[in-house]
Design a protein around this ligand. Structure first.
Ligand SMILES: *Cc1c(COP(=O)(O)O)cnc(C)c1O
Length: 224
């Protein structure tokens, strides 16, 4: 399936009343499809899950694209993204957060990040537990890392057809954000963003306060 402008327009208009941002997840997809969405509907937010692919696309495509790193990130690869990445959704350890801070400082910038919180039943997915995320956010560590800006949370629901379960998992993360967010101190911590929802569950994510919706397959077609 080629990039479908009708489709992306429909998603954009579905997100508008919720004031949510569409992250077009372009992993494995060619530059031409990204350029088509860029030219024809003004799409600027794109998501990738592999560092090398993200860097290549950054180098070849227009420089005003906002690149979102949504996949697991190894500390030794942070340096390749640090000069330009718009938002790292997948911070899943304090070690990674410290490395992002270090590389951001080298590049004379502040990098916006989300903490990935584990909400699914599957055990293989990355992320902090809510207790771990809370401990990190309430401690002094983040405030000392002045080159990172923690702007919210990210979660992935269980891969299931049980919509009640997905709803429950997203609602739990939203409740966590709402209770913890206002209590946090520090000029570089504001839990405003909630990155939840993919092609199969984006409507449930919108109903539960998702502000960054990461859609791949439904826009670009299946990945083989
Ligand atoms: C691939 C991916 C998506 C998009 O998934 P689709 O089902 O293709 O919409 C969203 N989030 C993350 C973290 C991904 O890796």
């Amino acid at each position: 399936m080629p990039a479908n402008n009708l489709t992306i327009r429909q998603y954009l208009s579905e997100l508008t009343p919720y004031k949510a941002t569409l992250i077009a997840v372009s992993k494995t997809k060619p530059d031409a499809l990204i350029q088509a969405f860029y030219d024809q509907v003004g799409q600027r937010d794109f998501g990738e899950n592999k560092v090398q692919e993200l860097v290549g696309k950054y180098e070849r495509l227009p420089k005003d694209i906002r690149w979102h790193m949504i996949g697991h990130l190894q500390t030794n690869k942070v340096k390749y993204l640090a000069p330009f990445v718009h938002l790292i959704h997948s911070v899943d350890s304090e070690k990674l957060l410290r490395e992002i801070n270090k590389e951001a400082r080298k590049n004379n910038r502040t990098i916006k990040v989300l903490l990935q919180v584990h909400i699914a039943q599957e055990t293989e997915k990355f992320g902090f537990s809510m207790e771990e995320a809370q401990r990190l956010l309430e401690g002094n560590t983040v405030q000392e890392l002045v080159h990172v800006n923690v702007v919210g949370l990210m979660g992935m629901a269980t891969n299931t057809t049980d919509e009640q379960q997905i709803h429950h998992e997203f609602a739990q993360l939203k409740a966590f954000q709402d209770t913890l967010g206002p209590r946090l101190k520090g000029p570089n911590i504001h839990l405003d963003a909630l990155s939840i929802g993919m092609s199969g569950d984006y409507r449930i994510a919108l109903q539960n306060g998702g502000t960054l919706i990461r859609i791949g397959t439904a826009l670009f077609g299946s990945r083989d």
